[in-house]
Design a protein around this ligand. Sequence first.
Ligand code: PEP
Ligand code: MN
Length: 264
Amino acid sequence: KLVSREFKNEDTIVDVGGVLVGGVNLVVMAGPCAVESREQLLESANIVKAAGAQFLRGGAFKPRTSPYSFQGLEEKGLEMLAEARSLTGLKVVTEVVDIQSVPVVSAYADVLQIGARNMQNFQLLKAVGKSGMPVLLKRGMAATINEWLHAAEYIMSEGNFNVMFCERGIRTFEDYTRNTLDLSAVAALKNLSHLPVIVDPSHGTGVWKLVRPMARAAVAGGADGLMIEVHPNPAEALSDGNQSLTPENFQALMQETSAVAQAV
Ligand code: PEP
Ligand code: MN
């Protein structure tokens, strides 16, 4: 299989417009769960840029559990992400939720995010494969490592090798945390596959106090990058405020994870 170390032993480095994912440098993708307004997004972008992140994250199309929750600003949100990119130089990673919106999201974003709920949407996987865009493939909340590898294979079988895995926690009996962050998956994937592995301790725990320790652990365990939710004022976030870091906590996370990266 294309995803496997047997097919390709050397680590894949995904080049996102000059920012390299995989290999030696730790990359950080950070920003709000959702793009809420121009002010909120530009403030978030300045915060994560100043702290040293390379990517701005933010959902414009939000796959919410309830249809009555905030669904995202859609194309207006994409325009704001592109504006934030031109002001800061950050690369943009944002979710694409269906086949029809692959062209519009590709027109604004640097990386297409496939969310946990769509990990086995095989038609969508083929479409992002055909797009040739870098893809961040989140783990399905009940997906095995083998199923996840096959999802990556769907993208790669369309000729697109610019795929990054993102561990974001799986559903277990434990309900203190929102999900159970499976850090053993990082080591397993690094053995099985040549593709880069990103860890999202925000969705992986659902609890902001657990995000910094799990980010440190992820880097110590060999993650190539982190995805972190950051909000200028988490208490007022329209989604995922409980797991979003304040600017101060995000700065601390950046310092401590770069220290861990130097040590390992
Ligand atoms: C997100 O990153 O905002 C998101 C919805 O994540 P997941 O698909 O991992 O739940
Ligand atoms: Mn979120």
